[in-house]
Every structure is written in C-alpha cells, then in structure tokens.
Design a protein around this ligand. Structure first.
Ligand code: FAD
Length: 345
C-alpha cells in the first residue's frame, strides 16, 4: 500500500526577520576544523546563524593548524559581515580541549565589542560552552534552532517535543547552534576579511592530556551534513541483513546510513550511526526510515528533515504520522525493489 501522509512543521516557511544591530555589537564565532585543519561542514551553518544576528562577525580558529583553517575559510566561504579572522596558533588548543580553549574565549570576550559568541552544537560546542559560561558567570543558550532577534532565540526542550523561546538579557549571549536548523552560507571566496594572530599562553594549566581519538572512517557523506539519509531500525535481525539491505539502498542514492538506538543496541551497526535524542540530530532533504517505529526519541533527531519516507509493515507505526510518504509492507520485499527502481532511473 502506498500512502501520502501530511505533517506539520512549525519551523517551515517562517520568514527570517531582520533587526537593527547595535553600533558596537559583534559576534565571535568559534570555527571548528578537522584533524587536517580544514573546515568542518557544520561551520557553514554556524556562519549563517551568525549572519542572522546582524552584527559584524569575527571568526576564531584555534590550535596548531589554525592558519590552515583561516586560509580554507578565505578560499571557500562567502559570508557577508565576516570582517575579521582571529588565529590562536598554540598546540595546547589542539583537539578543542575545553579546559584550555575556554580561558582563551573568556579572555577574548572581555572585549566589550563582543555581544554574542556562537559555536556549533557539536561535541566541541557542548564541551566548551558550559565551562565558558561558568568562567564568565553567564548562562549559555544551548541548541538554538531559530534566531528571532539579538536577544531572542528558540531552542527545543523535552527531546524536541516543545520549543522554548528564550529572552536573553545578558550583555554576552553565549549560543550553541544546531547546524541542521540553519542553511549553509554560500561557498566561494571571502573578500576583505582582515586576519590577526591572537597571542596565547596557557596559564594555570589543568592536568589534562589528550591521549587519542578513535574515529570511524567512512567514504559515505557525513551524517550531519548529508542531503540524503537512509536509516535502519530493529526490524533487521542481524548485522548481515542490515548491511545486505541498507548498503545497496544507500549506494543507489549516495546517502549516509543512519540507525535507531535499538538497531545500535542490538549490534546491527556502529553507534556513530545513531540518530535521535541521544544520537545525532539531522535534517537532510530526504530521510528514508526502514523498519523504524518512530519513537519520540528517534523523531527528536530527524523530524525536521525535508521529505520523510517510512517503510514499515505496521499500519499503526507512529513514524507514518511524521512521514510525507509511507510504504506499508515487508521491508525485505520493498527495499530491494526500491533500490532496483532507483538504480534503473
Ligand atoms: P522498534 O520500536 O522495535 O521498531 C521496529 C519497527 O520495525 C516496528 O515499527 C515494526 O513494525 C517494524 N518492522 C518489523 N519488521 C518489519 C518488516 N519485516 N518490514 C517492515 N517493518 C518491519 N532511539 C533512537 O532511535 N535514537 C535515540 O537517540 C534514542 N534515545 C533514547 C533516549 C532515551 C532516554 C530512551 C529511554 C530511549 C531512546 N531511544 C532512542 C529508544 C527509543 O525509545 C526506541 O526504543 C527506538 O527508537 C526504537 O527503535 P526501532 O524503531 O528501530 O525499533
């Protein structure tokens, strides 16, 4: 059975309001880079959010490869309002250790010019923001999904089941930005941004040492920035069947593969694939949920996707209420047929 389901999305179609900025206000944006020093894709969305604050933007790069990031930004991103790039080249800032990066940020934010600080709501942002808030005695606003004005922001609460509008009267607004809720700024060449070095010496170092990182390498698009995601749930009984059906479907669409927590807990795939309240938050243009019931904790991570397709043999599965297109039936029959049709198209 093929059916079309309607869903409402309170964020969609809302117009972006512009507002007047203070003459001295400016936004400091911590730009994350990867191990090679290149920009993380989420920084394009972070810069869009920074633009919406309508202040001049100062981009900050930290760590021994900071200059590579600054160059990459100049070579690949067009961002109106980005007037300055700060580079804090010090190896103690590598890996964004919050114990080391937060004092630098606290120092920079002493400058009255900065009214806003933005960072992605990534593990880096989630590590740094509370510590920074404590250092400058300021309450951060986490996981912002909409900017209503220089002091008013929307963030999800209760696993995305409610949206809170926050009025932030503090002189410094510390914000973490949910990348999937903002579009990416244009790619291109950044014109006219001045680059300056920030001297940094670690004082009162805490006994923190970076040991190692175990990263899952994949040739597929990264979940956080993928345009298409196919997600498998507990309906797959083992790892072999998860891979047998999900990999060809993902290949046919050049998609990233995601999973529910039940799929991860049952050992069907790596936990880096988990989407949801305790996993990654995604909003691709197309999201195909295969054998996923649609628990609230899963919906919290994907309900802002553009078009949602659900494949499930239970007509009452909650995922259908959140899907634009529903395919009711056995996934072991539907998925190979769908993959074949996509490949033939
Ligand atoms: P199920 O709920 O078991 O659903 C399987 C679905 O597959 C069913 O709807 C069934 O009808 C369908 N199915 C079975 N066989 C077939 C078939 N042959 N063909 C077609 N369809 C079939 N979950 C997350 O996903 N992400 C999170 O981040 C997350 N965080 C959580 C945090 C907390 C604090 C808690 C308490 C829970 C969290 N969960 C999370 C778990 C969540 O509540 C659900 O248990 C989980 O999402 C269910 O995963 P599922 O849809 O794969 O499994």
């Amino acid at each position: 059975m093929f059916r079309v389901a309607a869903r409402t999305n309170i964020l969609r179609g809302a117009s972006t309001r512009s507002f007047l900025s203070s003459r001295f206000a400016s936004t400091l944006a911590l730009i994350e880079t990867n191990a090679e020093g290149k920009l993380e894709p989420s920084c394009l969305n972070l810069l869009d959010a920074a633009k919406q604050l309508n202040n001049p933007i100062v981009a900050l790069f930290v760590g021994s490869k900071a200059a590579i990031g600054a160059q990459d930004l100049q070579d690949s991103v067009k961002c109106e309002g980005l007037s300055k790039i700060l580079v804090a080249k010090d190896s103690s800032l590598d890996h964004y250790l919050p114990e080391n990066v937060s004092p630098l940020l606290a120092d920079l934010l002493k400058d009255e010019e900065y009214t806003h600080f933005v960072v992605s709501s990534s593990s880096v942002g989630k590590n740094i923001l509370p510590r920074l808030g404590a250092l400058i005695d300021n309450q951060p606003v986490c996981d912002v999904i909409k900017i209503l004005g220089p002091t008013k922001f929307i963030r999800p609460i209760y696993a995305g089941n409610a949206l809170a509008t926050i009025e932030c009267p503090q002189t410094k607004k510390l914000l973490s930005i949910r990348a999937s809720a903002f579009p990416a700024v244009e790619t291109g060449k950044l014109e006219g941004a001045e680059v300056a070095e920030v001297p940094f010496t670690l004082k009162d170092a805490l006994p923190i040492e970076w040991v190692s990182a175990n990263l899952t390498k994949t040739s597929r698009p990264e979940l956080g920035s993928a345009k298409v995601i196919v997600t498998g749930g507990r309906a797959f009984k083992d790892k072999e069947s998860f891979e047998k059906y999900m990999v060809p479907l993902a290949d046919s669409l050049n998609a990233a593969i995601g999973a529910t927590r039940a799929a991860v807990d049952n050992g069907l795939c790596d936990n880096s694939l988990q989407i949801g309240q305790t996993g990654k938050i995604v909003a691709p243009s197309l999201y195909i949920a295969v054998g996923v019931s649609g628990a609230v904790q899963h919906l919290a991570g994907m309900k802002d996707s553009g078009t949602i397709v659900a494949i499930n043999n239970d007509p009452d599965a909650p995922i259908f209420k959140n899907a634009d297109y529903g395919l009711e039936g056995d996934l072991f029959e539907i998925v190979p047929q769908l993959t074949e049709k996509i490949n033939a198209a």
